[in-house]
Design a protein around this ligand. Structure first.
Ligand code: AMP
Ligand code: MG
Length: 338
């Protein structure tokens, strides 16, 4: 069957360990979402090694997305890319691929804020309109909502991100990141077999949280060898998730929004989903969680946010397409929201 002529955006995600390419049409149908993850042999993400992975994977992931979408490069109307925040070498690799495509195909380039993309794909896939969002991933932890022309941060981590906290603990415990089972998911599985709540630091300061003391205490308890790993995973989750839930609840009470959206890689966690569902219900708000495929970093969210930006007048000239390593969510324009 011949498809009607449509406009397409190809989005490139490369802020950290994932290289993703997604394709969205201008109506918000996601027609491809391909990715390749860099899995370090040991330790956390090494930015230069991750960037090398992205450069090597780019060709294959691009082809996979275009093939899946049945779209030829010449049919693309815009190229969007994750411009920040993220790891410098990784961001630069994605931006280089995006610039090359944009100049070869002679189509506009659109730099997208990665955090906003997590929210917009959550809204697109769940039907949320104006939520309080808890965005929790390997590199970010924040409670945010739209107010007076921008996404505002109501609370955030003062040190490490929630996903990072889970990942570091998992590595200390000797767990391995396997394809399809991120370290946070391995913790989740073990936590379901834990039932003893071990007291650990619970640090909420105003609307912000701190997770590094919790991580140190959990790791120390692990190394002492007196607690079951299952109980420690359970206790780590209960403490960390309660902290983000407390702050989300206060943001919900303050903003009086009618929806709560959970997004980012850690959004795949059932226990966290259950906690946020409870506070949403208590405040008469709808609870929405992004589908697993779009929870972790992905190209589709960049493609869709690229459509929103471009159709509302945003293009990124080549000279402004540099990586913005610390691009905070409230600094990004969102002309599509009113
Ligand atoms: P992202 O940074 O958005 O790509 O998400 C990756 C983060 O999500 C990593 O820290 C993972 O360990 C974490 N993650 C993925 N699945 C789960 C899960 N089921 N429970 C908790 N964390 C998870
Ligand atoms: Mg990732």
């Amino acid at each position: 069957m011949k498809r009607a002529i449509e406009a397409y955006c190809l989005g490139i995600e490369s802020t950290a360990d994932d290289f993703g390419v997604g394709i969205s049409n201008f109506k918000g149908d996601i027609i491809a979402n391909a990715s390749s993850s860099y899995i370090p042999e040991e330790g956390g993400i090494h930015p230069r090694e991750a960037a090398r992975h992205h450069a090597e994977a780019a060709d294959e992931v691009l082809n996979e997305a275009l093939t899946k979408a049945e779209v030829k490069p010449r049919d693309l109307n815009i190229v969007a890319f994750s411009q920040g925040p993220g790891l410098g070498p990784c961001l630069r690799t994605g931006a280089t691929v995006a610039r090359a495509l944009s100049s070869y195909l002679n189509i506009p380039l659109v730099g997208v804020n990665h955090s906003i993309a997590h929210i917009e794909i959550g809204k697109l896939t769940t039907g949320a309109h104006d939520p309080v969002t808890l965005y929790v991933s390997g590199g970010n932890t924040m409670v945010t909502a739209y107010d007076c022309g921008r996404y505002r941060v109501f609370g955030e981590t003062l040190d490490i991100a929630l996903g990072n906290c889970l990942d570091v603990f998992a590595r200390e415990a000797g767990l391995k990141h396997k394809k399809g089972t991120p370290l946070g998911a391995a913790i989740e599985q073990l936590a379901t077999k834990g039932d003893k709540l071990i007291p650990l630091p619970y640090v909420v300061k105003g609307m912000d949280i701190s997770l590094s003391g919790l991580l140190t205490a959990a790791t120390t308890a692990l190394n002492k060898g007196k607690c079951r790993l299952e109980d420690l995973c359970y206790s780590l989750q209960e403490h960390a998730f309660s902290m983000v839930t407390e702050v989300t609840e206060r943001a919900l009470a303050h903003t009086e929004k009618r929806e709560v959206l959970l997004t980012g890689g850690v959004a795949a966690n059932r226990r966290l989903q259950a906690m946020i569902a409870v506070i949403a219900e208590e405040h008469g708000a709808l609870f929405k969680t992004v589908p697993k495929e779009f929870a972790t970093d992905n190209g589709a969210m960049i493609a869709w946010t690229g459509v929103l930006a471009y159709t509302n007048g945003i293009v990124t000239p080549l000279e402004n397409s540099y990586a913005k390593l610390r691009w905070r969510i409230e600094k990004a324009d969102v002309p599509w929201l009113k």
